[in-house]
Ligand binder design. Structure first.
Ligand SMILES: Cc1cc2nc3c(=O)[nH]c(=O)nc-3n(C[C@H](O)[C@H](O)[C@H](O)COP(=O)(O)O)c2cc1C
Length: 303
């Protein structure tokens, strides 16, 4: 089950997606975090954020809408109240970082570098739920490259860049991040979406729009992962709608080196465990000795 993302070695390819496990302990009582390959923290910003007005979550057919808006404790409280506990978890810890200017991303990473004790960064340039920053940085190759360049010079830790699927040309953003030294790319984040309550004729979410996750986005994310793996050599981490071992294996066959599970954990906190068991069972049944052997084995029709 071991996989490598550049210099980062994971005991298995399953990562808990940012925003699902908070700072590690929220799900620690119900998910054996020692079994997952990595935990990605809730995205952190320099200053604490309250996030958007409620309601911030709504279920829609086959998916979950959220408009959390990067609510988080801020770097100072993260370092003083949460990091020690995270460090004691028997898994890889990936700190998700966000910002509203390139300078903010850089300052945040410098603060975290001073304390250390975690394994990698996931650079969130794909949050659709904030007015500035977030997805804006992921929407053009030039802006994405600017963030990665600024952070590359501040840290030797692996930089995983989380791309937005809300673009028409995701390969150009992926290539820009790769050329600035990204170690891996997460593809992707939620799709911009909206729901309406017909009785009140109001948007269901307090922020009007939000991001769609869950099974509804899997096929769209699959296409984005395929486009990216066909354009770069940097390892790709698939994220979008994974609920079963089969979902995860499809992404691996398409070319993902690892994968993240998000919304599925809200429906069934045993999902990570059963996905891992299902992958082991699939490999046993098919005589596959390692997950890495399956990566990128998609059979394409002859043209
Ligand atoms: C409630 C909620 C909060 C999230 N918060 C973050 C976040 O802080 N940073 C981030 O990069 N992604 C965040 N995401 C996006 C997930 O990490 C993931 O990319 C997305 O949900 C797609 O995966 P899924 O279909 O498996 O849920 C959040 C998603 C949800 C549902």
């Amino acid at each position: 089950m071991t996989v490598h993302l550049g210099s980062l070695r994971l005991r298995n390819p399953l990562m808990l997606a940012s925003g699902v496990a908070g700072y590690g302990h929220e799900l620690g009582d119900v998910i054996d975090l020692g079994r997952v390959g990595a935990v990605v923290t809730k995205t952190l910003t320099l200053k604490p954020r309250q996030g958007n007005a409620p309601p911030r979550l709504a279920e829609v057919p086959s998916g979950l809408l959220n408009s959390i808006g990067l609510a988080n404790v801020g770097s100072r409280a993260f370092i003083s109240e949460h990091l020690d506990r995270l460090r004691n978890l028997d898994t890889r810890i990936i700190v998700s970082v966000g910002g509203f200017t390139v300078a903010e991303y850089a300052k945040l990473v410098l603060e975290l570098e001073e304390v250390g004790g975690f394994d990698a960064y996931e650079v969130n340039i794909s949050c659709p739920n904030v007015k500035a920053g977030g997805v804006n940085f992921g929407s053009t190759p030039g802006k994405a490259a600017g963030v990665v360049r600024a952070l590359r010079s501040k840290t030797g830790r692996p930089l995983i860049v989380k791309l937005t699927p809300n673009v028409t040309d995701i390969p150009s953003v992926a290539v820009a991040c790769e050329s600035e030294g990204a170690d891996a790319l997460t593809v992707g984040n939620t799709f911009r979406a909206m729901a309406v309550d017909l009785d009140s004729r109001r948007p269901v979410l307090g922020a009007t729009g939000g991001g769609l996750s869950g099974p509804a986005i899997k096929a769209m994310c699959m296409a984005k992962v395929w486009e990216v793996v066909s354009s770069v050599r940097t390892p790709v981490i698939a994220c979008g709608g994974i609920c079963s071992a089969g979902d995860a294996l499809e992404y691996i066959v398409v070319g993902a080196a690892a994968f993240q599970v998000g919304s599925a954990c809200f429906r069934d906190f045993r999902a990570p465990e059963s996905i891992l068991e299902g992958i082991t069972e699939f490999c046993r049944r098919k005589g596959v000795r390692s997950v890495a052997e399956l990566r990128g084995t998609l059979e394409l029709p002859r043209t």
